[in-house]
Design a protein around this ligand. Sequence first.
Ligand code: FPP
Length: 243
Amino acid sequence: MSSEPAILPRHVAIIMDGNGRWAKKRHLPREAGHVAGVAAVRETVRAAVDIGLENLTLFAFSSENWKRPKAEVGALMGLFRRYFNSDMNELVEKGCRIRIIGHRGRVAGDIHGMIEDAEKRSAGNKGLNLTFAFDYGAQEEIASAARELARAARDGRLDPETITPELFASRLFTSALPEPDLIIRTSGERRLSNFLLWQSAYAELLFLDVLWPDFGRAQLAKALETFAQRERRFGALNAEAVA
Ligand code: FPP
């Protein structure tokens, strides 16, 4: 596409927030907001494929979301089922490589099966790396990586002195992905809510006032333009300051 910004982030991650408020504004039940949220997921993924983005990670369900009323959790699970059933063929055909990061052990058996099937079917694909954070919490992810390294050290398989940030990162769910360059959160809230805490060390953060169901192709393009204008220094000085 001709209107693409010059500097594309390699990895965009999105905290999709505001489904409930979108529904409330319309005097609809919260579930209607999630249904509209799925449509926004569909449009955003298609746009990411068209733009040629390498990695897109979507925060679909947090470990803390289990605390929501049973009926809402049930409705969300139903939507994931339907989304995977209806969109998987298209995603695979478009070359997307699907990954799920998160706990896995706590989701219903059929959803677990769908996740594994999607990953298997798309494993050889070379297009968009599409990752869903599902029953995901960053603190638990970090604790789990620490546990694994501690076990290896206890068993004499690892010298603790050799633990580097790179080694640690290789034990995270995201080991196959580059760190996110851009993290977008919709709905006006300004926090990371336990999403990619390790991986976001140098990410540009973009907080948008738009509610998730209103996000789509145009908002993604705008976010990428904003990213292209940001100056990233990774702790160093910019070229002007050095000269
Ligand atoms: C936040 O809105 C959104 C969620 C808890 C779930 C995100 C789920 C979707 C976008 C739909 C399904 C996704 C896939 C991948 C099929 P909220 O309910 O917290 O909104 P609120 O803060 O306004 O109440």
